[in-house]
Design a protein around this ligand. Structure first.
Ligand code: 3MF
Ligand code: MG
Length: 364
C-alpha cells in the first residue's frame, strides 16, 4: 500500500496582522504572542514560524543572558501548547543598519551587524529547539544597479552563509527567494539562484530553500515547477503557500484565492514527492484582507488550510489511468478538460462519468 501523508501545518505570528498597508494605518487591534499561540492548535496548526524578534522583542538592546531567558520562556510556552518551532528568521530589514541591505550593504559595519544578528538568530533558534534558520534576503538588492557591485554582492552573501554554517555545525539554512519588493531587484530572485548558492557553500547538505507561492509568481514563474526543482535537488525545506493576482505588490492572499489550478498543481507536486513525510511542514504566509473585522483575524489561515486539504483530496482522487491514456494519445485538450471538470466537481470527476475515456480509446 502506498504511504499516505498526514500533513501538519505552520504559520508565523505576523500572519495575524492588523491590516496596515503603505497607504493606511492598522484597522484591527493587535494580539499578544501568547494570545496567538493559544490559537494555533484550535485552528489546526502545530508549527510556529518565527522572526528572531517575534521570539525576543527588542533583542538588539538586550544582553545575551536576557535573550536566552526570553527564548527559554517562549520554548516553554510552545511546549505547554503542544507546539514546535519550525524555524527562526533574522529580521534583517527593520534596523537602521540594514537600510542599505545586510550581507550586501556597502558599509563594512553594516555587514558586520547583519552577520552578528544572524548568529544571534541561530542562538535563539537553538533555544526554541529548532535547527532551521530562514533567510528572506529582503534588502539584498538595489534600487539602482550602479549602487552595488552584483558580483561582489553574491560573494558576500556566500561568505555570510559560510560563517553561519561554521558557527553552528548543526544549523540548516533555508533561503526564501523573492525577486523584488522592497527592492527594485533582489540578488537571489528564484530557487535556482538559492540552490546554486547552496552548492557553493562549505556545507551544501545543510542549505536549501523555502518557496513562497507569491514570490515565484512575482518572478514570472510557476510555483509548482519551482517546488519541483527544489524537490529534485532534495532541497525543499519548507513552503509559504499563499496566492498572488499577477505582477503587483506582494499580496499574500489566501491559498488558492487567485488561481485555484495553480494551487492544485502545487499540492500535486508536494504530494507526489512525498513532501511532509519526514516532518516537513505545510507553511502558510497569508494576510487577512484589510476589510476584515477583528473577529475574522484568522479566517485566512483556516481557509487556506482547508483549501489545501480539499486539493489533497483532488490530487488523490484523480483518475491516473485516464490521465495516462490521454497523455499517451497526446490529447492534452482532453487532459485539460478532464482536469477542469475534476476541479470543478461538475460530475464526480470519475472516468465513468466522462466521455473522455471513449475519446482517448478512439484516439481522438
Ligand atoms: C516577505 C515574506 C516574509 C518572510 C518572513 C520569513 C514577512 O515577502 O514572505 O514574510 O516569509 O520574513 O522569512
Ligand atoms: Mg514568506
Amino acid at each position: 500500500m502506498t504511504e499516505v501523508t498526514s500533513y501538519r501545518f505552520s504559520f508565523g505570528p505576523w500572519n495575524i496582522s492588523e491590516g496596515a498597508d503603505p497607504f493606511g494605518p492598522e484597522v484591527r487591534t493587535p494580539y499578544s504572542l501568547i494570545e496567538k499561540l493559544d490559537w494555533y492548535r484550535p485552528l489546526g496548526f502545530e508549527g510556529v514560524q518565527f522572526h528572531d524578534d517575534d521570539v525576543v522583542e527588542g533583542l538588539d538592546d538586550l544582553q545575551t543572558g536576557q535573550v536566552t531567558r526570553r527564548a527559554q520562556e517562549v520554548r516553554q510556552a510552545l511546549a505547554d501548547r503542544g507546539l514546535v518551532a519550525e524555524f527562526v528568521a533574522p529580521r534583517l530589514w527593520f534596523h537602521p543598519q540594514t537600510i542599505d541591505g545586510g550581507f550586501t550593504a556597502n558599509a563594512a559595519a553594516d555587514r558586520q551587524y547583519a552577520l552578528d544578528r544572524c548568529l544571534r538568530t541561530i542562538d535563539i533558534a537553538r533555544e526554541v529547539d529548532t535547527r532551521n534558520v530562514v533567510l528572506w534576503l529582503a534588502r539584498e538588492g538595489t534600487y539602482i544597479r550602479e549602487s552595488k557591485n552584483a558580483r561582489l554582492a553574491y560573494q558576500r552573501i556566500l561568505e555570510t552563509l559560510n560563517r553561519m554554517l561554521e558557527y553552528d555545525p548543526e544549523v540548516r539554512i533555508w533561503i526564501e527567494p523573492k525577486p523584488n519588493e522592497p527592492m527594485d531587484h533582489a540578488y537571489v530572485p528564484t530557487i535556482g539562484h538559492a540552490i546554486a548558492l547552496a552548492y557553493q557553500t562549505v556545507a551544501p547538505d545543510r542549505v536549501g530553500g523555502l518557496i513562497e507561492t507569491a514570490h515565484a509568481i512575482l518572478a514570472g514563474l510557476d510555483p509548482a515547477d519551482e517546488m519541483a526543482f527544489a524537490l529534485a535537488h532534495d532541497k525543499l525545506g519548507s513552503v509559504h503557500l499563499n496566492d498572488q493576482n499577477g505582477l503587483k505588490f506582494d499580496q499574500d492572499k489566501s491559498f488558492g484565492s487567485a488561481n485555484l489550478r495553480m494551487a492544485y498543481n502545487q499540492v500535486r507536486v508536494l504530494e507526489e514527492a512525498g513532501y511532509g513525510r519526514h516532518g516537513e511542514f505545510i507553511g502558510l504566509d497569508v494576510k487577512v484582507m484589510r476589510t476584515q473585522k477583528q473577529p475574522g483575524s484568522t479566517a485566512h489561515l483556516t481557509n487556506s488550510r482547508e483549501t489545501f486539504l480539499h486539493l489533497v483530496e483532488k490530487v488523490r482522487s484523480v483518475d491516473r489511468e485516464l490521465e495516462q491514456k490521454l497523455i499517451d494519445a497526446r490529447d492534452y485538450e482532453a487532459l485539460d478538460a478532464y482536469t477542469l471538470r475534476h476541479l470543478l466537481g461538475v460530475s464526480d470527476g470519475s472516468a465513468a462519468d466522462s466521455q473522455l475515456p471513449a475519446m482517448a480509446a478512439a484516439g481522438k
